[in-house]
Ligand binder design. Structure first.
Ligand code: NAD
Length: 405
């Protein structure tokens, strides 16, 4: 069973053990280790929402604040039936390490409400969003904890949350949430940020490995917000995309697929399954859909030489071990998909300083940040002689523990 919180602890422990064994001899005492495994604060709320039929329903929500040594807690709010204490704890921890790797001055947070939004009307979702903000208003704020959209939460929901937070506090609450609509104070470039960021990272990897881009084949699982923008930027760079998929299935063409094609899914490419896509003979595999898709069960069948984790947590710790033994290099999620939170930081910065940047500005700054983050993690990997995930964690742990001191 893949418990997300236990997976996060395993990843941190592996990096912490190596830091102690490394030339740096940085052995973290147990009281520090405990504090970087567990969130500093876990808020659990039960709150009432008025339904359209006049009844009142009570919902369960969480906000996990993992670590704020480097800046305010930062991370999404999900509305999903799967939201659980273990999940928000793990996701908030990943945000701490992601912000440290991307070198943005935020800590890690995550939250959510246990709800199936498909069963609610739009007015009910608005009342739920506002009620959740009232329930957690004390613990969030532009300099305390800055939530963002996540699964089944949207820019419009962020705008409602800003409005509610502003009313409660009597302040301009825009900097308290990111991922807002552009009219509501959101940033240009946020939609493209995660996918484009992943492509910047892939281009840097190709440079280090002297890959001939035109002959480098790429298979991408997931063609949603992240997968689509990633595919388009990769195509623009000249990489050869040979497979793409969504939840219904995958298409494959060794001659290359243009992700801008209008009739992409019906244009005669071979139909394969999502499992077959993962096991394709390609250079770079990009899981950009969901978590735990490469596990101890199928890691041995992966033929790609490189994996770029655009989804959160697509590889389990068991898969990491097998892939490392096979010599496959994987760029971890906390680096590869950190473009999203980086532009969220730009949004917060613009709100705090009453600025409005152009899309060109935002994407140029993003590219600069990610190139530097990739370089730092790659150097750490070479220095520590380990896999890139462990190296990225080692780097992030050093930054966070330094700030905690
Ligand atoms: P999305 O909902 O826009 O797209 C998800 C895509 O994956 C869709 O094409 C869907 O059809 C496909 N999919 C779902 N289940 C699948 C399966 N089992 N097999 C194959 N395809 C499947 O979501 P998104 O925003 O693109 O996010 C994708 C991943 O990236 C998630 O893990 C998310 O947590 C992570 N992520 C997103 C952002 C962001 O800015 N959107 C930032 C960081 C990480």
């Amino acid at each position: 069973m893949n418990d997300p919180f236990l997976n996060s602890v395993t990843q941190i422990r592996r990096a912490a053990d190596l830091l102690c064994d490394s030339a740096e001899k940085l052995c973290l005492p147990p009281e520090i280790l405990e504090r970087i495994f567990e969130p500093q604060r876990l808020v659990k709320v039960h709150f009432p929402v008025l339904m359209d039929n006049g009844s009142t329903r009570t919902f369960l929500g969480f906000r996990s604040q993992h670590n704020n040594a480097r800046g305010p807690y930062k991370g999404g709010l999900r509305f999903s039936p799967e939201v659980s204490e273990s999940e928000v704890k793990a996701l908030s921890s990943w945000m701490t390490w992601k912000c440290a790797v991307a070198d943005i001055p935020f800590g890690g947070g995550k939250g959510g409400v246990v709800v199936d939004t498909k069963s609610l009307s739009k007015a009910e979702i608005e009342r739920l969003s506002r009620a959740f903000v009232r329930a957690i208003a004390d613990v969030i704020g532009p300099e305390k904890d800055v939530p963002a959209p996540d699964m089944y939460t949207t820019p419009e929901i962020m705008d409602w949350m800003v409005d509610e937070y502003s009313k409660i506090t009597g302040t301009d609450g825009r900097a308290c949430f990111t991922g807002k609509t552009i009219g509501g104070g959101g940033s240009e470039g946020r939609t493209e940020a995660t996918g484009f960021g992943g492509a910047f990272v892939m281009r840097e990897l190709a440079k280090r490995k002297n890959l001939d881009v035109a002959n480098t084949t790429v298979a991408i699982q997931g063609f949603g917000n992240v997968g689509e923008y990633f595919a388009k930027k990769a195509h623009e760079y000249g990489f050869k995309i040979v497979a793409l998929s969504n939840s219904k299935g995958a298409i494959h063409n060794q001659g290359g697929i243009n992700p801008n094609d209008k009739d992409l899914w019906t244009s005669g490419h071979h139909k394969i399954t999502n499992d077959e896509l993962l096991e394709l003979d390609c250079d770079i595999l990009v899981p950009a859909a969901t978590e735990n898709v490469i596990t101890g069960e199928n890691a041995d069948k992966i033929k790609a030489k490189y994996i770029i984790e655009l989804a959160n947590g697509p590889l389990t710790p068991a898969a990491d071990e097998i892939l490392t033994k096979k010599g496959i290099i994987f760029v971890p999620d906390i680096l590869a998909n950190s473009g999203g939170v980086t532009v969220s930081y730009f949004e917060w910065y613009q709100n705090m300083h009453n600025e409005k940047w152009t899309k060109e500005d935002v994407l140029a700054k993003l590219e600069e940040k990610l190139d530097k983050a990739f370089d730092d993690c790659y150097q750490e990997m070479q220095k520590q002689n380990t896999d890139m995930r462990t190296a990225s964690y080692m780097l992030a742990i050093k930054k966070v523990v330094d700030a905690m001191k």
